[in-house]
Design a protein around this ligand. Structure first.
Ligand code: BTN
Length: 247
């Protein structure tokens, strides 16, 4: 897969910018919007994505995944999160790198990267997808409300070159994406994703908004819902925002 990096030093948000250009027909599969600073970096929900000028990786990758059925769009989350885990493991060798469901990347108990997907569905297929990716790389201190951020620099002796990091990221995403296009390897992606989940197969405390409970993550379904076993043996499925990880 060919990528075409478009760097704009300062933006409101790479995702918002990508969305505007997609709507005007100016962006296509493989285009990557990258920036050094976002005035209004967007996280999940209404969250702000903090990133000091020039320190971190901030990109939006444009895909036209016409081969992905709309109801299987979670496969894109798997493709990108697995690429991120693989990438971050190359930089942080001695710690645990995991996916906190659905798409946060954690080093031990700290968040190192996040993904903001925007999928544009047409009929039964996805016409465009914007994969907005933020990786905390060289920033040493965080000031906003983010509960537990960490950067690659906290686990390495020297600053990381952002261009090299981006090239490696694109290689890994491209590889996973092309493999999926050729083989439709749903099962393989799912099992890799599941075994890389933070707290996979461990008893831990969760909350469904009202009550804390003990549960064990054991799988996800084809829609990306999290499957959790209760102490009673009952199995429950959760959509995003229906379950909270309690520390
Ligand atoms: C999250 O974990 O809440 C998702 C964070 C996604 C942040 C990235 S940074 C580049 C891209 N542009 C944005 O405005 N957000 C994403």
């Amino acid at each position: 897969m060919q990528f075409n990096i478009i760097n704009i030093p300062k933006l409101k948000s790479t995702n918002s910018y990508a969305q505007e250009l997609i709507e005007s027909g100016d962006l296509h599969e493989g285009d990557v919007i990258s920036t050094q600073y976002q005035k209004n970096g967007r996280g999940q929900g209404d969250n702000f994505w903090e990133s000091e000028h020039g320190s971190n990786l901030l990109v939006s990758i444009i895909l036209e995944p016409s081969m992905v059925p709309a109801q299987r769009q979670f496969v894109l989350t798997q493709i990108v999160s697995l690429a991120l885990v693989d990438l971050i493991k190359e930089y942080i060798l001695t710690e645990e790198v995991k996916i906190k469901w659905p798409n946060d990347i954690y080093v031990n108990k700290n968040k190192i990267a996040g993904i903001l997907f925007q999928n544009f569905v047409k009929g039964n297929h996805i016409e465009f997808s914007i994969a907005g990716i933020g990786i905390n790389v060289n920033q040493k201190k965080y000031y906003s409300e983010v509960p537990n951020p960490i950067s690659i620099i906290h686990h390495s002796n020297s600053p990381t070159n952002l261009k090299v990091l981006l090239d490696k990221l694109l290689d890994k995403i491209g590889f996973n994406y092309e493999t999926y296009r050729l083989k439709e390897n749903f099962e393989e992606l799912k099992s890799k994703y599941v075994i890389n989940l933070y707290r996979y197969n461990e008893w831990a405390t969760y909350s469904d908004g009202n009550n804390p409970f003990q549960g064990k993550i054991f799988d996800i379904d084809e829609f990306g819902r999290l499957e959790v076993m209760m102490k009673s043996g009952e199995e429950k499925k959760f959509m995003f925002k229906e379950i909270e990880f309690v520390e």
